[in-house]
Design a protein around this ligand. Structure first.
Ligand code: ATP
Ligand code: MG
Length: 573
């Protein structure tokens, strides 16, 4: 392990919060000199960040290698033909970055590597005897994100570990998947990052079963729902189960009521003196797969865009003109005498509801207690609304709790989603040919770096968990020109580094105030400070970054005390 001098370290710290950064983790990485922005979604990693990245990567490698995975490194540029084979060239949409070579051949900058990995294995792994196989790489990925933002959280170029398992059958794939699930739990814990595994939608990558690992933090972009019983899901994956205590007033026949200019759910609820959740909301869409569609959902729930895309392909909310064309009256759409030009569905959360408060398909009118099966044909169900806090846990029926999270990793069971179109097969014992059963497993390495900061910081700066800290100990030299102090500190640092810990010595000639501020900002777990006065008294100051409580330690005891602190930090995780 090494001793580094601050005067030789490229870590330009900033006093002011940079205007480009809105969330604390991004602000701190900029202020503490870890990253710099090049252009939207493109960041340079400075030496301190490179150190953290390599620690994260080493933890990942160690955990995966120990479970029999093998590291490879594939080209980032992939020929578009492979993407045509899998069918994703067209499907992936504008996020896929494409370019042409001098021969006008199209290439893709890999956003993930299912195609290239499948191609690598295809034809070389021919027999069941070569299975299972689990390969991974750590490399830059490219996605032309619609909204690159929050620094490393959503980049257009970012570092990902992506791994792929190949098995002979579904059972094998499930075992490989389970291994990776356990590996992810373990490796995030080793880093000192708290994560919650949540049931997920499988998105662009496809397949069926999938779990995301979420670092819970206020600044996270993802919404998750969880319950004390252990259930946890991404809102994109959770099905809303809604309590519905409503007593109909008109059970013989529905009643049409006047609701002048009440076009929003809250206005309708107010006009009719009911709760928003009692009103049924209509959402009108134009969809790729089913044309004009009307979805009925509980008034207090929103449709989820990801669920809509998964169910209907490309879609958009109907414009005013499209509503008129489809025979729909904006704000007053309901299931009774609904225009025949649309297909109607109800969200699964409406299944318990017999009597509906809904639009009357007439200007300024709603219906009270329209009955499904009597007043309108029973509707087919879809799962399109985002579940929310207070909805019922699908496993134990208690109210779900909402939290925000940062998706740091995701594991998927792919089955033959890629091996089939790409004709990647092996022969079994009887020489029969089968498609590989695949799994794929991603970790956002660069996003994890920022998630660690999101989870662990205070007003003054970053608080690195020891396993990923760029340096374990940060020594603030208050009198860097005093040769006796320098000699003492160099010896002390040498001893510490021989125990396997990196040490940073702030030997800059700046004033003490800014040096202390930088030590707090940079976030090394142990901070030591020593100046001429304390040296004369035979002591130095020792602090843990997490609480900043100062303690005086005798110079001849300092090495042992620091070592003890580091060991206790290592075991407390
Ligand atoms: P998101 O939902 O946040 O866009 P995703 O589900 O599309 O992510 P995956 O395809 O599962 O991402 O990629 C694997 C991992 O790569 C993610 O869990 C995440 O940690 C990371 N990742 C994905 N997109 C980005 C990005 N634009 N910038 C940084 N990291 C990313
Ligand atoms: Mg994902």
């Amino acid at each position: 392990m090494a001793v580094t001098y601050f005067s030789h370290l490229y870590a330009p710290t900033l006093k002011e919060v940079p205007a480009e950064a809105q969330i604390p983790s991004h602000q701190l990485l900029l202020r503490a000199g870890y990253v710099r922005k090049l252009a939207s979604g493109l960041y340079s990693y400075l030496p301190l960040a490179v150190k953290v990245l390599s620690r994260i990567e080493e933890i990942v490698r160690e955990e995966l290698n120990q479970r029999g995975c093998q590291e490879v490194l594939l080209p980032i540029l992939g020929p578009s033909e492979l993407w045509e084979e899998s069918g994703r060239f067209g499907q992936y949409g504008p996020e896929l970055m494409k370019l042409k070579d001098r021969h006008e051949r199209t290439f893709v900058l890999g956003p993930t590597h299912e195609e290239i990995m499948c191609n690598l294995v295809k034809g070389e792994v021919n027999s069941y005897k070569q299975l299972p196989l689990n390969l991974y790489q750590i490399s830059d990925k490219f996605r032309d994100e619609l909204r690159p933002r929050f620094g490393l959280m959503r980049g257009r170029e970012f570092i990902m570990k992506d791994g792929y398992s190949f098995d002979a059958d579904v059972q094998g794939m499930e075992e490989s998947y389970q291994q990776m699930f356990l590996a992810y739990r373990a490796l995030f814990e080793t880093m000192g990052l708290k994560t919650l595994p949540v049931a997920a939608d499988s998105g662009q990558i496809g397949g069926s079963t999938s779990v995301e690992f979420m670092a819970l933090a206020e600044e996270g972009e993802a919404e998750v729902l969880y319950c004390d019983c252990g259930f946890a899901a991404d809102v994109e994956a959770a099905t809303a189960a809604v309590t519905f205590e409503y007593t109909p007033q008109h059970t013989d026949a529905y009643v049409k009521v006047s609701t002048p200019s009440a076009t929003s759910i809250s206005e309708v609820a107010k006009t009719l003196s009911v709760l928003e959740k009692h009103v049924v909301k209509a959402v009108a869409l134009e969809t790729e797969q089913e044309g004009s569609v009307v979805l009925f959902v509980p008034g207090d729930h929103e449709v989820n865009e990801i669920k809509l895309t998964a169910r209907f392909g490309e879609w958009h909310f109907m414009s005013k003109e499209e509503l008129i064309q489809a025979g729909l009256i904006e704000g007053f759409i309901g299931p009774v005498e609904l225009s025949k030009a649309v297909t109607a569905y109800k969200d699964v959360s409406l299944c318990q509801r017999t009597y509906w408060i809904c639009g009357a398909n007439e200007v300024d009118a709603h219906l009270l207690d329209a009955k499904e099966g009597r007043d309108f044909e029973p509707l087919a169900t879809v799962d399109v609304v985002a579940a929310q806090a207070g909805d019922l846990c699908p496993e134990c029926h208690k109210a779900l709790i909402a939290a925000r999270g940062i998706e740091v990793g995701q594991v998927f069971q792919l089955g033959d989603k890629y091996s089939k179109p790409m004709e990647a097969t092996y022969l079994d014992e009887e020489q029969k040919s089968h498609y590989f059963q695949m799994g794929c497993y991603g970790i956002g390495i660069s996003r994890t770096l920022q998630a660690l900061v999101a989870e662990s910081h205070d007003e003054a700066g970053i608080i690195w968990p020891l396993p990923v800290a760029p340096f374990a100990v940060h020594i603030v030299l208050l009198d860097p020109k005093d040769p006796d102090i320098v000699t003492y500190v160099e010896e002390l640092s040498q001893q510490i580094s021989e125990q396997g810990y990196d040490v940073l010595i702030d030997d800059r000639s700046s004033r003490p105030g800014p040096k202390f501020k930088d030590a707090e900002l940079l976030g090394m777990p142990v901070i030591v400070s020593i100046g001429a006065r304390s040296f004369k008294e035979g002591v130095l100051d020792l602090q843990l970054r997490k609480d900043l409580i100062k303690e005086k330690v005798e110079l001849n005891q300092a090495f042992f005390t620091i070592l003890e602190k580091l060991q206790s930090l290592a075991s407390s995780k």
